[in-house]
Design a protein around this ligand. Structure first.
Ligand SMILES: C[C@H](CCC[C@@H](C)[C@H]1CC[C@H]2[C@@H]3[C@H](O)C[C@@H]4C[C@H](O)CC[C@]4(C)[C@H]3C[C@H](O)[C@]12C)C(=O)SCCNC(=O)CCNC(=O)[C@H](O)C(C)(C)COP(=O)(O)OP(=O)(O)OC[C@H]1O[C@@H](n2cnc3c(N)ncnc32)[C@H](O)[C@@H]1OP(=O)(O)O
Length: 383
């Protein structure tokens, strides 16, 4: 796999860092998740695929020293705490990079390492809000709406941090040097929205929220309820696709206002809604499948797994616990990701094997254990 041989240490956190490290594991990195001792009340990594777990108390001097030793032999460290936490533990980047100048020290936070909010707690919705992007999301006359925690936590956070790590690994092949990655979810989300920023003078976004082309203002970029209580997604932007949409709906474009007549959009949306409400989702699929109208069913998770297209591509996988999840993306032709089919690791399940692998002796491990600096776990559920 593309990242074979890359050793990653992930300090356990909430949603974004676990995704970042799972991506690295899916593509071949050997990822060790460093879990808390004593266990945290919010300890539940649903993104542990392909990782092993080492339970280590970083607040004890011997625990922090153990992490320093692990970092001397690692390629990447991913830490998810607000600024100052690692420094307080004596595990700041100056210390770890001095001991291992090749280390890539990835700091995945909401607000970044500097600035007024660097030490503030926050969650996805806060980062999305500060990036400016949340102000654009939502329907007309409604409050801004955060699409789960997909945008800041995962896209602007986990994915962009993984990209930063890959870029730094690539650069290290030339310089031989590691570096610090300051991955702020506010900035990651803002960066993802570059198109919105850079297209402002195109007149696409100058109307109030919910009245623009892609924010549910346009009748041809919307979801519509079907007679069986399901939904269809319509994305017929270009005129040739819009024409196919109109045809599929049984309408005559000569008798309709022009596609880009903003003032007619509310009326057109009502008309489309009443037409979509007359057939089931399946009936609409049989009309639009194969037509270039950019109309697709809105699928539940179950329906997505069993949809013919996704089945043909093997887009979802099942692990040995029968748990279904999306296959890693993108597909690389020669060195594709090979996701683990084993269950996610229990906290502390691999403590001993990891420490041995990183050069600790059996005696050292026994001492750490007797002092409760590390924990071993018997295979039982985390929750
Ligand atoms: C919207 C998402 C968040 C989704 C979260 C949900 C997935 C979970 C939230 C509630 C969970 C459920 C609940 O807990 C009940 C059940 C519990 C059960 O165990 C599992 C099932 C549950 C139902 C459980 C299920 C799920 O887990 C939940 C539903 C997000 O937006 S995530 C993004 C969050 N933001 C960031 O990542 C930005 C950067 N980070 C931060 O701002 C902060 O880290 C954060 C997230 C605000 C947390 O702040 P906190 O004060 O708690 O932490 P820090 O300041 O970072 O400091 C960490 C302290 O921990 C010490 N420490 C770390 N590692 C170790 C170690 N190995 N050993 C010892 N100590 C360690 C560290 O030294 C710090 O100590 P100090 O505070 O003393 O400095």
């Amino acid at each position: 796999m593309a990242l074979s041989g890359v050793r990653v240490l992930e300090l356990a956190g909430l949603a974004p860092a676990p995704l970042c490290a799972m991506i690295l594991a899916d593509f071949g990195a050997r990822v060790v998740r460093v879990d808390r001792v004593p266990r945290s009340a919010v300890a539940a990594d649903a993104q542990g695929r392909g990782k092993r777990s080492l339970a280590l108390d970083l607040k004890r001097a011997a625990g922090a020293a153990a992490l320093r030793r692990l970092c001397r032999a690692a390629d990447v460290l991913v830490e998810p705490f607000r600024h100052g936490v690692m420094e307080k533990l004596g595990l700041g980047p100056e210390v770890l990079l001095e001991e291992n100048p090749r280390l890539i020290y990835a700091r995945l936070t909401g607000f970044g390492q500097t600035g007024k909010y660097a030490k503030s707690a926050g969650h996805d919705i806060n980062f999305l809000a500060l990036s400016g992007v949340l102000s654009k999301l939502g329907r007309k006359d409604e409050n801004p709406y955060a699409p789960l925690n997909l945008l800041a936590d995962f896209a602007g956070g986990g994915v962009l941090c993984a990209m930063g790590i890959i870029i730094a690994l690539y650069e290290r092949t030339r310089s031989g040097k590691g570096q610090i990655i300051d991955a702020s979810m506010v900035e990651g989300t803002a960066y993802l929205s570059s198109f919105l920023w850079k297209s402002q003078n195109l007149g696409l976004w100058n109307r109030p929220r919910g009245e623009n082309l892609l924010d549910s203002g346009a009748p041809f970029y919307e979801t519509y309820r079907t007679s069986d209580g399901k939904y269809m997604a319509v994305g017929a932007i270009e005129p040739q696709f819009y024409e196919q949409l109109i045809k599929g709906l049984g309408l005559d474009s000569d008798k309709l206002p022009s596609q880009l007549s903003f003032s007619d959009w509310p009326r057109m949306k009502k008309m489309f809604a009443s037409i979509f409400a007359q057939k089931t989702q399946e009936e609409w699929c049989s009309i639009f499948d194969g037509a270039d109208a950019c109309v697709t069913p809105v699928l539940s998770f179950d329906d997505a797994v069993s949809h013919q297209h996704n089945k043909q591509r093997g887009s979802f996988i099942k692990n040995d616990q029968e748990e279904i999840s999306p296959r890693p993306a993108p597909l690389l032709s020669r060195t594709p990701a090979v996701p683990s089919f084993k269950r996610d690791p229990f906290i502390g399940e691999h403590t001993e094997e990891i420490l041995l692998e990183y050069g600790f002796s059996k005696e050292e491990i026994a001492k750490l254990h007797s002092e409760n600096v590390i924990e071993f776990s018997k295979p039982k559920a985390n929750l």
